[in-house]
Design a binder for this molecule. Sequence first.
Ligand code: FE
Length: 294
Amino acid sequence: MIAVTELGYIGIGIQDEAAWIEYATKVVGMELRDESEPDRFYLRLDAWHHRIAVHRGAGDDLLYIGWRVSGRAEFEAMASQLEAAGIAFRLGTEEEEFERHVLGLMKLTDPGGIATEIFYGPEIDFKRPFHPGRPMHGKFVTGNQGLGHCILRQPDTEAAYHFYRALGMTGGVEYKRRRPDGTVSKLTFMHCNDRQHSVAFGVPLSEKRINHLMVEYTELADMGVTHDLMMERQTPIAVGLGIHSNDKALTYYAANPSGWLWEIGAIGAPAPEHHEYYCNDIFGHRKEPPGYGL
Ligand code: FE
């Protein structure tokens, strides 16, 4: 089976550009890349041309998500695999490849209606080393673990599981418990590399396509510095500091200027070889202000 290798990039729509630049660069530490395109700017986390394309005036939500395959042969094999699974896609034009800064691109839609792209050959800009938007003790965890992870809105989690399986990802339910009212809560996590999960779903449905994006630092200190900067700016922390039982990362969830969450973390554990499930986190992750699809 051909598998995607990482969550490569995402595109988001925003309204408040000044607030977003402050949040993503001065607080979280990403690098602003503005190429004077009228409708977009970029955020970098490493040597890639960009990891996040930020589209001005395009709502306040996730616009698309890009999954990488390793090369042309794997890209072509993925196309055959999708055909065999009955999943519709179309190949991107050369213009669309330039737009995404990749060599090969296909476009499809996941069962939750999320615009999904599979690509190979991202543009890596070694001429421009990553330069954080604020002083950083370490770096962002990317490399073979991709940009981070996303929790997506999926009304039909079974359909979503089978879709991401068809992309070669593996995983399943990792949190399951009976609520006091007798209903069952289940959260599904899928991985495709060392990162414990790259996509997950099963959280309550909200109006946003995305619940959160998680980014991870190599150094715990950077997670703390970001936390201090958010406290100073009175950024709403929707879920307080805690450690997940699955990825073991120390994280908290902060509202971004579009009203969805960024999970800020460090020291995550790799994906497990054998499947297991949990009823609770190790500690913390207390819900603070209500809303944010939690
Ligand atoms: Fe998360």
